[in-house]
Each structure stands twice: as C-alpha cells, then as structure tokens.
Design a protein around this ligand. Sequence first.
Ligand code: ATP
Ligand code: MG
Length: 175
Amino acid sequence: MTERVSEQRVFFALWPNAGLRASLSALARRMPANGRPVPAEHLHLTLAFPGTVTAGKVAEMVERTDALRLPQIRLVLEELGWFRRPRVAWVGPAQAEPELEALAVRLNELCRATGVAMEDRPFRPHVTLRRFVTRFESVSIEPLDWRPREMVLIESGQGGHPGPYRVLHSWVLSG
Ligand code: ATP
Ligand code: MG
C-alpha cells in the first residue's frame, strides 16, 4: 500500500515590510510595460526555490536554517529589467551584493543537503513586478533602499496546488 505523503511548494525569500511593499506596488503599476502588476501582497525577492517537497523535508530545512548565522543585508533596488521567456518585468539591485549572494548560496546548499534537487540556474536577485509582459521599456527610477529585517520561508499555494502565498517561518537577519 502506498502512503499519501503531504507535500508543499515552498521557497525562501526576502519579504518587504508594508512601506516598501507600497512603494514597489506603486512602481509595478506605473512602470512602462504591458501585462499585469503583481498583487502587493505577493511582492518578494526569491533567495532559493526548493519547490514541491515533503513536509518532512520542510521541517528539516527549517531546522538547518535555524542553525545558520544570517547576515544583515543592504540592497538598493534601482534597475528595471525583464525576463523574456517567463514574460516578467522586475526591479533589482544594479550591483552584485556579496552578502545576499552568499546567503542564496548557503540556502541552496542547505536544500541540497536536505536531499532536494536544486536547479543550477544563476542567481539573479529581483522582485517581480509585472507578469505577462511582452513590451518593456527600461527607464531610470528613484532607487529604493532595502534593509530587510527578516527572511521567510513561503508556502506557495497549498498541498502543492497553486494559490496564495503563506509565510511558514521567518528568521531575523541579525548579522
Ligand atoms: P504561479 O506560478 O502560480 O503563477 P508564482 O510564480 O508567484 O505563481 P511559484 O511558481 O510558486 O509562484 O514561484 C514562487 C517564487 O519562486 C517566484 O518568485 C518564482 O519566480 C520563483 N521560482 C519559481 N520556480 C523557480 C525555479 N525553478 N528556480 C528559482 N526560482 C523559481
Ligand atoms: Mg511560477
């Protein structure tokens, strides 16, 4: 007999506070691109994407994350861009942020150590602002300073099925 194993689609992210969320949402609505703005409550910066995994693996990843020393991070979101194939427009830092990249690498390693097969795509930090974008124009914007206080593990949908995001865990970036 096969047992039903409960699964969750999860990812690690930086989660903007209400003020930054409002600024990002305003930018998403007014930026020169077609498509649809991402709802304010979904805006985030993905650090690592384990995807659909068992509840047991989620618990193990949480435990391993508890043991990490999490750096303080400072980001300046100042560059608009788009990914053609997934048709999303985003805002991101213009320069590499070593602390952020190191954190993403450690989270990817932690997921692998838990037995999750991770994709080997390069980390390009961004906050997706609009989806279904086929026309995009890069304009300069007022830079947004971001000193995230915490990192979160989000469940995307429920039980592996699409739906709203839910914060499962959060960790303070205390340095
Ligand atoms: P939906 O797919 O239902 O339209 P969504 O894209 O917001 O909604 P997810 O697909 O669960 O939700 O993705 C959650 C986050 O993880 C998004 O930021 C997405 O860009 C990112 N993501 C998805 N797949 C990968 C992947 N294979 N590697 C890295 N990041 C990913
Ligand atoms: Mg998706």
